[in-house]
Design a protein around this ligand. Structure first.
Ligand SMILES: [Zn+2]
Length: 110
């Protein structure tokens, strides 16, 4: 059987935050784009794996792509992380598999 799987990425949200720009070497308004990476089988999302950010300085235009979404790169990470959750549908496959296992268990113990 031909199994098609891998990871894919969707964009969650964009915002503007104050963050340090390594080129300007001061705090600047920075456009932030957060994306979710997920594992899929036949393009059905199974589970989300990680979040990444792209940061674009509004002053000098420095663009840093696909950094890990963490407090290392985003200064107010602890404040904003709650607004960037993986969408529930990225766990569709995991939920289906879990339901299938539950149904199987129910069928066995009947
Ligand atoms: Zn800059």
């Amino acid at each position: 059987m031909f199994l098609r799987f891998g990871t894919a990425k969707i964009n969650l949200c964009t915002d503007t935050v104050f963050n340090r720009c390594p080129a300007c070497e001061v705090d600047r308004e920075v456009d932030i784009l957060v994306s979710s990476t997920y594992f899929h089988i036949w393009y059905i999302p199974i589970f989300a794996t990680e979040k990444e950010v792209t940061l674009i300085c509004n002053s000098c235009g420095l663009k840093r792509i696909d950094l890990p979404f963490s407090d290392k790169y985003v200064r107010n990470y602890d404040e904003i992380k709650q607004f960037y959750k993986h969408p529930l549908y990225l766990y569709t496959g995991a939920i289906i598999i879990l339901c299938a296992i539950l149904l199987l268990i129910l069928a066995i113990i009947k």
